[in-house]
Write a protein that binds this ligand. Sequence first.
Ligand code: FES
Ligand code: FES
Length: 156
Amino acid sequence: MSISVSMNVNGKAVTQACPANTTLVDLLREKLQLTGTHVGCDTSQCGACTVHMNGRAIKACTILAAQCEGAEITTIEGLGDADNLHPMQEAFRECHGLQCGFCTPGMIMSAVDLVNREASLDETIIREGLEGNICRCTGYHNIVRAVETAARKMRN
Ligand code: FES
Ligand code: FES
């Protein structure tokens, strides 16, 4: 069965026809060509598919597009661009918070949500807050440094 879903994606109103069982991540990647959102596991474990729904981080492989009717969705493409990086993107670059980059879009979206909802951060809170995002390359140390750095900039 095909349905029509309407939502706001990165500040633009979008109405898209899709099968009723289409996940949000498939809608973003396959229908809207927003391929910055990655699929690592497709079973809600790795966090590579993390986007923001109404300002909070969610795993886009775990929610149907139909459940996002009327929602505000932000993907990594909506956070910043090459000429105007978000402080979190800038900090990941400065602190070498990535290697292969596969986890990075989801890690950044989760990290921005973490900074927005935690009044103060330390290493333990950052590590626990990013538990749902798996990185196979970095060992996490530079990711923690990047989040600390970005949090200072975002709070200023
Ligand atoms: S692809 Fe969604 S959590 Fe791994
Ligand atoms: S940088 Fe490679 S998985 Fe995180």
